[in-house]
Ligand binder design. Structure first.
Ligand code: UD1
Ligand code: BG6
Length: 681
C-alpha cells in the first residue's frame, strides 16, 4: 500500500543532501508495504520554486534519478518542508506521471501526496475540468491539489488551515461518501525538552460534518510558507501548541517527521503523536496545530505525544510475527476491499467496472478457460462450479505450464481468464501471449495494478487485496475467489432463472468478512492442535470433495510450501481407489466435511477412514450432529452458501500451515527454494 513520509525542519539548518537523504531513507522504511513507484517534492533553488522527482520502481531507482539530475546538494535551508511517497497503483498504471506528489499547476503551488482513495474524484475532476483545469495524471489524488488551487484562487486571502478544511470537506462531503485513509503519525524532535507532552486540538466554528463521513488526514504542502496572504498570527496560533514553545514563549528549533507509518520515524525520534480520523495537522513556523471540523464528536481535546518503545521490525509487521500471519489476519478487510464499490448487497447488484464493456461478448463465448499457476490455479478450480452453474458456459481450468506444453487448441470465440496475484508469473504470461496470438478474448484477474498480465489482457478485474509479501499466498486466494464469484454473478445478470440463486450468493458475500473474523478466533486452538497432532509427522492427508477439493489442494500447498511437511490432497471420492491403503491409526488426516449437496458422499469417505482406525480432524459446521462425539477433533466454521464455503474453510488450513511452520522454527515468509513471483519458465 502507499506510504507517506514528510520532513520539516524549522530553525534547524539542513542542506538539500540531508533533506533528500532523510526523505529517501523514510521511503526505504516503507518499502515493506509494497509499492511500484516513488516520488518526492522539495524546495527549489529560487524562492517559491519546487523540485519534484518521480520514478517507477524501487526507492533505489529514485535515488539514482536524483543523482543523475544533479541538484545542488549543498544548498542550505533554515526552514524547509519536504514530502515523499511510495505508490501502490490503484488509479492508473505505475508511471512517472502517475507517481506522487501531484501538483495544482505547473508552478507546484500546491503539492500533495496521499494514501487511500478519493471516491468522488471523477465528479471533482469533471467539475475542475469545467473550470479550466487540465489534469495530467490518471490518479484520484491529483484532484486534491487542483481543488486546493481552485479554492485558493477564489479566496486568495484564505488562511491555509481554512483552505485545507474546505478542500477536505469537498472530498468527503459533496456526495456523502465515506473516505477512509490510513492514519498519519507525526514524529517530533527538539533540542530542548518539550514544555508539555500534548498538542491541543482546535475546532472549526463552521458547520459540522455528518458523523458518517469519516477519516481524512491529508499531508498538504504549500510550496512556500509565504504564498498564502501573510497570516494573521493571532488567529493562526489560537490553539498554541505549547509543546514547542520555550519558557519565554518563543518557538524553538524543531524537526517534524510525518508518515503513514511509525517505522519510517523511529530512527529519527521516538516522540510521536497519532492523528485521529478527521484531524488536520498544520505545521507552520515550528508550530504544530491540530484542527478539526467539528467539536462534538467525542474525541479528546488533546493529542498526546507518546514515546514509542517498539523496534522497527515489530512496527512493520504490526502485532504480528510474520507477514504471512498479518496477511491471514487481514482477510476480513481485504475481501471487503475486493468488493468495495462493486457489490451492492442491498440492491443485489454487482458491477465490475473493468469488465462492463466486455460482459455481453463473454456471455456469447463458446467456453471460458481459466489459466493460472499455484494458489491462483486453486482459486480457479474453487470457482469452476459456480461459473458452470450460473453461466452454463463450458469451463476449463488449466495449469499454465501444462496448457502450453500441450499447445492446447484455443479459438477466437474462447474467453481466456488469467488469474495471478503478481501478474508477472512467466508461465501464465506466456500462456496469455499464446492466447492473444490465437485471437481469443483475454481477461485478467490480477492483484498488482500495472503488472504485465494486467496490461496485456483486453480487460479484467483488479482484486485490490493490497500488497502480499509472504511467499505463501493467503489473502490473494480469498480475494481472487471473491472477484471471480462476482465475475460469474455479472455474467448471469441477464438470466431470470438464476435470480434467486444470485441473490443468495450476494447475501453470502456480504457476510463473508464477519465470518472470517469468527474463524480467526480459532487461531489459538488451531495452534494447539498443530502441536498436538502434527508435530514430527512425516506426512499429512487432506480430504475434500466437490468444491472442497480445491480447498484441500490449496491447504496442502500451503502446508508443503512453508512447513516442508509432505501433504497430499485427495478428492475423497477417489480415496477408495488407492489412497485408502495409506490410512491407519497413525496417519494424520484432515477432512473437510461442511454441509453441502455432496455431504452424504463425503461422509462415506469419513466412515471408510474411521473403519481403518483413522482419527481424522474434521472441518465442519458448528454443532453438526454427525460429529457430536467428544472424541472427534473438530474445527467448526460458520455456514455460508455452498459455493462460498471454500472461502471460509481455507482459513483454518492457512492457520494450520502457519503454525506448523512456526512450530518447526522455519522461515515462514521466505520458504526455501521458493519465490513470490516466478518470472522464469
Ligand atoms: C477503477 C479504478 C479504481 C476506482 C474505480 C472507480 C484503477 C486501476 N482502478 O476500478 O481505483 O475506485 O475505477 O470507478 O484505476 N484490467 C485489465 N486486466 C486486468 C485487470 C484490469 O485489462 O488484469 C483493466 C480493466 O478492464 C479496467 C482497468 O484495468 O479497464 C481497471 O480495472 P479495475 O481496477 O478492476 O477497475 P474498476 O473496478 O472499475
Ligand atoms: C509462485 C508462488 O510459485 O507463483 C506461489 O510461490 C503462487 O505462491 C504462484 O501461487 C503463482 O503466482 P501468481 O503471482 O501468478 O499468482
Amino acid at each position: 500500500m502507499c506510504g507517506i513520509f514528510g520532513y520539516i525542519n524549522y530553525l534547524v539548518e539542513r542542506d538539500r543532501q540531508f533533506i533528500i537523504d532523510t526523505l529517501l531513507n523514510g521511503l526505504s522504511r516503507l518499502e515493506y508495504r509494497g509499492y511500484d513507484s516513488a516520488g518526492m517534492a522539495v524546495d527549489g533553488d529560487k524562492k517559491n520554486e519546487v523540485q519534484a522527482f518521480k520514478e517507477v520502481g524501487k526507492v533505489a531507482k529514485l535515488r539514482e534519478l536524483i543523482a543523475e539530475s544533479k541538484p545542488d546538494m549543498t544548498k542550505s535551508f533554515e526552514s524547509h518542508a519536504g514530502i515523499s511517497h511510495t505508490r501502490w497503483a490503484t488509479h492508473g498504471t505505475p508511471t512517472r506521471q502517475n507517481c506522487h506528489p501531484h501538483r495544482s499547476d505547473a508552478n507546484w503551488e500546491f503539492a500533495v501526496v496521499h494514501n487511500g482513495i478519493i471516491t468522488n474524484y471523477k465528479e471533482l475532476k469533471a467539475l475542475l475540468e469545467s473550470k479550466g483545469f487540465r489534469f495530467e495524471t490518471e490518479t484520484d489524488t491529483e484532484c486534491i491539489a487542483k481543488l486546493a488551487k481552485y479554492l485558493y484562487d477564489q479566496h486568495p486571502d484564505i488562511e491555509f488551515t481554512v483552505l485545507a478544511k474546505a478542500v477536505i470537506k469537498e472530498l468527503e462531503g459533496a456526495f456523502g461518501l465515506l473516505l477512509k485513509v490510513p492514519p498519519l503519525v507525526i514524529g517530533v524532535r527538539t533540542s530542548k525538552k518539550m514544555k508539555v507532552d500534548f498538542v491541543d486540538v482546535e475546532y472549526s466554528e463552521e458547520g459540522a460534518l455528518p458523523a458518517e463521513q469519516a477519516s481524512q488526514n491529508a499531508a498538504i504542502k504549500k510550496s512556500s510558507a509565504s504564498l498564502l496572504a501573510p497570516p494573521d498570527k493571532s488567529l493562526l496560533h489560537r490553539s498554541q501548541s505549547r509543546a514547542f514553545l520555550s519558557d519565554d514563549g518563543i518557538p524553538q528549533p524543531a524537526e517534524f517527521f510525518l508518515s503513514s507509518d511509525p517505522s519510517a520515524i523511529v530512527e529519527h525520534t521516538k516522540k510521536v503523536l497519532y492523528l485521529e480520523d478527521d484531524d488536520i495537522a498544520h505545521i507552520h513556523e515550528g508550530q504544530l496545530n491540530i484542527h478539526r471540523l467539528t467539536k462534538d464528536d467525542g474525541t479528546s481535546n488533546v493529542r498526546t505525544i507518546q514515546t514509542i518503545e517498539l523496534e522497527l521490525q515489530e512496527i512493520m509487521k504490526g502485532k504480528f510475527d510474520h507477514f504471512m500471519q498479518k496477511e491471514i489476519f487481514e482477510q476480513p478487510e481485504s475481501v471487503v476491499n475486493t468488493m468495495r464499490g462493486r457489490l451492492d448487497a442491498v440492491n443485489k447488484k454487482v458491477t465490475l467496472g473493468g469488465l462492463r464493456q466486455y460482459i455481453s461478448t463473454i456471455r456469447r463465448c463458446r467456453r471460458i478457460i481459466f489459466i493460472a499457476c499455484g494458489t491462483s490455479y486453486h482459486s480457479c478450480m474453487a470457482v469452476r462450479g459456480v461459473f458452470e452453474e450460473l453461466t452454463e458456459i463450458p469451463i476449463a481450468v488449466e495449469l499454465a505450464s501444462d496448457f502450453l506444453d500441450r499447445q492446447a487448441p484455443v479459438f477466437r470465440d474462447d474467453t481466456c481468464v488469467f488469474v495471478s496475484q503478481s501478474g508477472e508469473t512467466a508461465d501464465s504470461l506466456m500462456a496469455l501471449r499464446y492466447c492473444l496470438e490465437r485471437g481469443a478474448l483475454t481477461v485478467g484477474v490480477v492483484n498488482v495494478v500495472g503488472s504485465s498480465i494486467s496490461l496485456l489482457t483486453h480487460c479484467g478485474v483488479h482484486i485490490n487485496a493490497g500488497p502480499e509479501i509472504g511467499v505463501a499466498s493467503t489473502k490473494a486466494y480469498t480475494s481472487q475467489f471473491v472477484a471471480m464469484v462476482m465475475f460469474a454473478l455479472s455474467l448471469s445478470e441477464d438470466r431470470a432463472s438464476k435470480a434467486k440463486r444470485r441473490e443468495e450468493i450476494m447475501e453470502g458475500l456480504a457476510k463473508i468478512s464477519e465470518q472470517f473474523r469468527e474463524i480467526l478466533k480459532l487461531n489459538e486452538s488451531i495452534k494447539d492442535m498443530c502441536a498436538k497432532f502434527f508435530k514430527d509427522q512425516k506426512s499429512l492427508l487432506l480430504l475434500g470433495r466437490g468444491a472442497q477439493f480445491p480447498t484441500a489442494l490449496e491447504g496442502a500447498l500451503k502446508i508443503k510450501e512453508i512447513s516442508y511437511l509432505h501433504c497430499e490432497a485427495v478428492m475423497s471420492g477417489e480415496l477408495k481407489h488407492g489412497v485408502l491403503a495409506l490410512v491407519d491409526e497413525n496417519l494424520p488426516i484432515i477432512m473437510i466435511l461442511t454441509r453441502d449437496n455432496l455431504f452424504t458422499k463425503s461422509l462415506n469417505a469419513y466412515q471408510q477412514v474411521i473403519a481403518r482406525g483413522g482419527r481424522p480432524i474434521v472441518i465442519c459446521n458448528p454443532e453438526d450432529p454427525e460429529f457430536s462425539s467428544a472424541q472427534t477433533e473438530k474445527i467448526a466454521v460458520p455456514k455460508t452458501v455452498d459455493c462460498l464455503q471454500g472461502l471460509l474453510n481455507v482459513i483454518p488450513l492457512q492457520l494450520v500451515s502457519y503454525w506448523l511452520a512456526v512450530g518447526e522454527g522455519l522461515n515462514v515468509d521466505f520458504p526455501r527454494n521458493l519465490a513470490k513471483s516466478v518470472t522464469v519458465e
